[in-house]
Design a protein around this ligand. Structure first.
Ligand SMILES: [Zn+2]
Length: 300
């Protein structure tokens, strides 16, 4: 009995010695976990539900992920239906009211950015159409800055004691981010007007930012795997309407890109798409450094 008591005392002493509880951030995608670290520093503990090598539309809510959701203070997801196939189940299974939609602990990044491709009407026969607009917002660095502001506000609300800390970090991040954006835009100037083919309609924000455009997708319909018939049609279309390269995200299978690259004689370019998509994209800054370099290389 005496022994148990002394163990309890010892544990209590240890818990007093630890810094106050860090804000537990669960991000749906790696870019938001990286952003949480930029803004939250050592006051947050951030992890992502998906990796850059997983299709964020489709993952399974495994038990280990459910337990991370159960312990989260803040959930940061793209939203706009990107995670509609798994997030509702995850939220329900977590039984964590703090991160329910509408709560301060639930931040939908897509709700704070101007959206592209909002359909005039939703026809599910057209494939996996995102009714709220194109959700792949993270490839426009201006959107990252907007989400950084919203995230700063949310962290300050959840952890008011450290509000000044989050605001100072966001200010510092914004200054470095603006400088980096100017550099990327300068470097990418030769890409203006360049036409590309994408695998899925997930490069729109990047293309829009850099003044590039897409003339087709490898997928016959959003979320439907490339077919031989569609690829030959696309190759024929490119003879009338050429493109300079075919883009895919790190998580997408390269075979269809490779086929088109050989038949249309244009380079297949893999983009990291988010933090961790390749060796160079280690954080948000190097993600865009690498993305711009890969595009320039492809357009040569
Ligand atoms: Zn999509």
């Amino acid at each position: 009995m005496k022994k148990i008591f002394s163990i309890v005392i010892a544990l209590f002493a240890v818990s007093l010695a630890l810094p106050s509880h860090a804000v537990n951030v669960l991000a749906c995608e790696p870019e938001w976990a990286a952003l949480a670290v930029e803004i939250g520093g050592d006051k947050v503990k951030a992890s992502s539900a998906t990796t850059a090598l997983q299709d964020p539309h489709r993952i399974e809510a495994r038990p280990s992920l459910i337990s991370r959701a159960r312990n989260a203070d803040l959930l940061v997801c793209t939203g706009l239906e990107l995670e509609v196939g798994w997030l509702p189940i995850l939220l329900q299974q977590s039984g964590n009211p703090k991160i329910a939609p509408g709560q301060p602990g639930y931040l939908e990044a897509g709700s704070v950015v101007p959206r592209l491709d909002v359909p005039a009407r939703v026809d599910r026969s057209e494939g996996d159409v995102h009714a709220a607009g194109n959700p792949h917002i993270q490839q426009d660095p201006r959107n990252i800055a907007r989400v950084a502001d919203a995230l700063t506000q949310r962290l300050s609300q959840i952890d008011a004691a450290n509000a000044a800390y989050y605001q100072a970090r966001n200010k510092d991040f914004a200054a470095r981010w603006n400088t980096a954006m100017q550099k990327w835009e300068q470097q990418a100037a030769p890409l203006k007007g360049v036409a590309v083919v994408e695998h899925h309609k997930n490069m729109e924000y990047l293309l829009n930012w850099l003044g590039m455009h897409s003339v087709g997708q490898l997928e016959p319909k959003p979320g439907v795997e490339p077919s031989a018939a569609h690829l030959s049609e696309l190759a024929a279309q490119l003879q009338r309407q050429p493109a300079r390269m075919v883009l895919r995200a790190a998580y997408q299978d390269g075979r269809a890109s490779q086929w088109l690259s050989e038949h249309a004689h244009i380079p297949a370019v893999m983009l990291p798409f988010t933090v961790g998509g390749d060796d160079k994209a280690k954080d948000l800054f190097s993600l865009f450094d690498d993305t711009v370099q890969r595009l320039l290389e492809g357009a040569k």
